[in-house]
Design a protein around this ligand. Structure first.
Ligand SMILES: NC(=O)c1ccc[n+]([C@@H]2O[C@H](COP(=O)([O-])OP(=O)(O)OC[C@H]3O[C@@H](n4cnc5c(N)ncnc54)[C@H](OP(=O)(O)O)[C@@H]3O)[C@@H](O)[C@H]2O)c1
Length: 274
């Protein structure tokens, strides 16, 4: 049984999720989700934007793992903001995924095309639709993604139901400390996307190579464990069976404080997509 943490509304969320971004090849996506569930993952992350909700649903069904054992997240597409669109497309996501509820639904991005000027009102209106779907039982938890301090400052005072999650890009070299602190103060759990981004930059680093030897773990496993030890909920994606398995073998060790500090101080080189 995978370790879980409780969201602010007492819903339990497994601390490691299987992501599906850029996974639109039908057999790779279906097989990836199915394999992840068969290997023990119980948390799947998709989004309307990924265009693979049907494939994710198919992988879940083929795995044979009962729906109620799976924590399933989807996210609102940027083109679907606004109260009416959100109400409609939550139902569309449920239909595509072949389920009558989502465990978590997020506003994917705070500022989207066409709402550069009125994003404040747009976020509040959009959130109202999530609150209603939550109260109707279609969404077991609701939250945000890529919301930074100014976006949180706008939305939080205007929520009837507080968001339970903020999903952010987080890994060594990108700590987003102010956003993480503010989200946590407001009661949100933190999910970490693209946790494996530093692998290419770390692969040649002597300290990291020694750290991998010390723990007898791969760099990917060190990075996922870093996320768990920081009390994030990392989401990780692979279409390769052996990597899906490797990425799940992170529950038998913890990083020392010195190694966590080393990762915290890692400097990112180059541009970063946020
Ligand atoms: N909220 C947002 O805006 C947002 C944005 C991006 C992502 N996400 C979510 O977060 C999830 C995770 O982010 P991500 O997809 O960027 O995942 P990631 O786990 O950080 O990185 C995935 C990349 O690393 C490779 N990889 C996976 N396991 C590996 C291993 N053990 N060793 C070496 N390379 C490995 C994968 O390639 P192969 O597939 O070829 O193995 C893939 O190219 C996404 O899938 C999505 O669900 C959310």
């Amino acid at each position: 049984m995978q370790k879980t943490v409780k969201l602010s509304n007492r819903i339990e969320i497994p601390v490691l999720g299987y992501g599906t971004w850029r996974n639109t090849d039908p057999s790779e996506c279906v097989e990836g989700v199915k394999n992840a569930l068969l290997m023990g993952y119980r948390h799947i992350d998709t989004a309307q934007m990924y265009g693979n909700e049907e494939l994710v649903g198919e992988g879940m069904r083929l795995s044979g793992v009962p729906r109620e054992e799976i924590f399933l997240t989807s996210k609102l597409n940027n083109s679907n903001h606004g109260y009416e669109n959100t109400v409609r497309t939550i139902d569309e996501s449920l239909e595509k995924l072949g389920t009558d509820y989502l465990d978590l639904f997020l506003i994917h991005w705070p500022v989207v095309d066409g709402h550069e000027e009125d994003w404040r009102e747009d976020n509040i209106e959009t959130w109202r639709a999530l609150e209603e779907a939550y109260e109707a039982g279609k969404l077991k938890a609701i939250g945000l993604s890529n919301f930074k301090v100014e976006h949180l400052e706008n939305l939080l005072p205007n929520c009837r139901i507080k968001p339970m999650v903020n999903q952010l890009r987080l890994h060594p070299g990108l700590l987003q400390a102010e956003t993480v602190a503010m989200s946590r103060e407001a009661g949100m759990a933190i999910q970490a996307w693209s946790p494996l981004s530093p692998i290419p930059q770390m692969a040649e680093n002597e300290t990291i190579i020694q750290m991998a030897e010390k723990y007898q773990k791969s760099i990917a496993q060190l990075l996922l464990r870093y996320g768990i030890d920081k009390n994030y909920i990392p989401l990780t994606k692979s279409v390769h069976e052996e990597r899906i398995k490797e990425n799940f073998e992170v529950f038998d060790f913890e990083l020392d404080q010195a190694d966590l500090d080393f990762f915290d101080q890692w400097e990112w080189q180059g541009d970063i997509f946020l």
